[in-house]
Design a protein around this ligand. Structure first.
Ligand SMILES: [Zn+2]
Length: 287
């Protein structure tokens, strides 16, 4: 059963992790409890009663024009990572995909909004000691700018996520290095939202007069709708990320666009409305 329906497009949300374990001081240092608690609409979905951030690592499955599209592949299993919750995971993610009608052999496209370890993990899986593509019949869409950046960078303290989750896809000939405005189907296209990474993209879905957008990491948490000036230390270019976030929010505000936050906790989506001079996320009933 899809989580959302946008015209003829069905979107299903697959959660790998959802909890309050992501420390604000790491991902959004300005979002301290005393700073987020006054933003009343963040409770109960997006912060705890004592002001800790609730976040999610999740994939969005998009069914459009007979094509199965996976947006962001989360953390993956068996990956050596410095973050304890990310390290050597043994999750049932692929079972959840199959139960949603997305068995891995039948996925047509994999979109990585950017090439960070919490968005590329299930690109590969461990088979006989080597990393092989999880989705053998898919084209994996990476922006050329992000591949250029990540393929040159030294191994980061987080782990060799390029080596175990991105480069094997390129080596297998399954990667398409695309422009940030690449169109996947008549209903689904990439949209350039740079800053968090050089070639960062969001995904715009328009069908039968209805519209949704998957943010990627142009925001990490709904508190940035109220406070777009709160930046993440993980932004490649914080000034560009801020400009992208402000432009994005201005463009969606007051419009009937379902904004699906890649790291937003359940219900993960809503419409951006302007109330009392500030922006907030107006969520639909939980699904
Ligand atoms: Zn992320």
């Amino acid at each position: 059963m899809p989580t959302w329906t946008i015209g003829a497009v069905e979107i299903t949300r697959i959660i790998e992790i959802e909890d309050d374990s992501m420390p604000a001081e790491v991902v959004l240092p300005d979002a301290r409890p005393e700073a987020v608690l006054p933003i009343e609409w963040l409770q109960p979905h997006f912060i705890t009663a004592d002001g800790r951030l609730l976040t999610s690592i999740q994939a969005l499955l998009v069914a459009s024009e007979g094509k199965r599209i996976v947006i962001d592949t989360c953390l993956g299993n068996d990956k050596p990572r410095a973050v304890p919750q990310w390290n050597q995971r043994q999750g049932a993610f692929l079972d959840h995909l199959a139960a949603a009608g997305f068995p891995r052999e039948r996925v047509d496209y994999v979109v990585c909004t950017h090439l960070h370890p919490d968005h590329v993990g299930w690109n590969t899986l461990l088979e006989n000691g080597s990393w092989v593509p999880t989705f053998p019949n898919a084209r994996y869409l990476f922006t050329a700018a992000d591949w250029d950046h990540v393929s040159r960078q030294p191994v980061t303290p987080l782990g060799d996520y390029c080596g175990d989750s991105v480069r094997p896809i390129v080596d297998a000939g399954l990667a398409d290095l695309v422009r940030p405005d690449h169109r996947i189907t008549g209903e689904v296209r990439l949209e350039s939202t740079p800053g968090h990474s050089p070639g960062h993209v969001s995904v715009r879905i328009v069908s039968a007069g209805e519209e949704a957008v998957v943010t990627g990491d142009l925001m990490h948490h709904p508190c940035q709708i109220a406070r777009p000036d709160w930046c993440s230390p993980f932004d490649f270019d914080p000034q560009q990320a801020l400009a992208t976030r402000q432009r994005f929010l201005a463009e969606q505000a007051g419009r009937p666009v379902l904004v699906i936050g890649t790291h937003f906790a359940t219900p993960a989506a809503g419409r951006i409305v302007d109330s009392d001079g500030g922006l907030r996320l107006e969520t639909s009933p939980d699904k």
